[in-house]
Design a protein around this ligand. Structure first.
Ligand code: SAM
Length: 307
């Protein structure tokens, strides 16, 4: 296993496979990527993830853009699911294409999906996503469940938009046997005005969940996230903003859709390009060295105040 200069082990990768998306969500941070149309081939994705497994990476989350928009997404999943060392392979999707692809994805070895669904209200859904696919998304979720996949619902909680829907979303998650992830809106370098207007401090929601929970667990290797065990449903709070605890328990690195190691969502000044050398014939040892260099560039974005 490899650890960075802050003693944080690296166990997971979040890999973007495209920047293309069929929705246009008002809050989207686009995984912190710059604009690029370059995409890796399935064999290039599999090769770099295999390199990562040599360092002890066990978890891979596929993201985008919208990953299911890629015609070869099943091929990508198939290749990654076959890699020794990968114990947890999942995808984050808006689920608009999930109904038609869930069966093939499950057959290829995908057993977990995170679905972005911030509201059950059609008008609010249209406002957030600039689309009217709410029912399509729900059908996609139902199909994933029918294919025996574990489903997590990602809800970005925004003040005055969907913050009143937490109970309804918990009920929905309970009914479909999914976990609900309540995600704090992130401030990025380009959304200050939006953030100021809609950022919802999660403290109140945490307090209510604490009171109602029969148990509260901590995911130590996942940003120290809290998991609330409620009556028949699990809820997780993802609270990254100004949170040094979150950063000090970060165990993952990102890979951009155009083939760069990205040590932190919030930074673009320390990327390491591996796709150019890979396409120029780099050996596995050379790619491993680039991976090692990228891990050593990892540092907590929000640091603990000095004592
Ligand atoms: N299209 C896919 C989807 O909808 O899940 C994958 C890409 S999307 C950028 C991945 C996740 O990022 C979404 O679930 C959303 O919850 C989260 N996200 C995007 N922008 C965010 C922001 N400003 N703050 C917090 N979470 C955000």
């Amino acid at each position: 296993m490899i650890a960075d200069n802050f003693g944080r082990p690296l166990t997971g990768l979040r890999i973007s496979v495209t920047q293309r998306c069929n929705l246009n969500c008002i809050y989207c941070h686009k995984e912190g990527e710059g604009e690029s149309q370059l995409e890796m081939e399935p064999e290039e994705i599999a090769r770099i993830i295999k390199i990562a497994t040599h360092f002890g990476v066990k978890k891979v989350k596929i993201t985008g853009g919208e990953p299911l928009i890629r015609d070869d997404i099943v091929n990508i999943i198939d290749r990654l699911a076959k890699l020794d060392g990968i114990k947890d392979l999942s995808i984050t999707t808006n689920a608009t294409l999930l109904k038609e692809k869930a069966k093939e994805l499950a057959n290829a070895g995908l057993d977990r999906v995170n679905v972005s669904l911030d509201t059950l209200n059609p008008k609010i859904f249209s406002f957030i996503t600039k689309s009217d696919f709410l029912n399509t998304v729900k059908e996609g979720i139902a199909e994933a469940i029918a294919q025996k996949m574990l489903v997590k619902i990602n809800m970005v909680v925004m003040r005055g938009i969907n913050d009143a829907e937490v109970s309804a979303m918990l009920e929905y998650a309970k009914n479909i046997n999914a976990t609900l992830q309540l995600i704090e809106l992130l401030r990025t370098s380009s959304n200050q005005e939006f953030f100021d207007r809609y950022h919802n401090d999660m403290t109140q929601i945490e307090k209510i969940l604490e009171i109602e929970a029969t148990d509260v667990l901590t995911r130590r290797f996942m940003h120290n996230r809290l998991v609330y065990i409620l009556d028949g449903v699990k809820a997780e709070i993802v609270r990254p903003m100004d949170n040094s605890e979150f950063c000090y328990h970060c165990t993952r690195m990102r890979i951009t859709s155009d083939g760069k190691f990205k040590p932190c969502l919030m930074r673009n000044d320390n990327l390491i390009d591996f796709l150019t050398p890979m396409r120029a014939g780099a050996t596995d040892d050379q790619l491993k060295e680039l991976f090692r260099q990228a891990v050593m560039l990892r540092e907590p974005f929000y640091k603990k105040p000095k004592e």
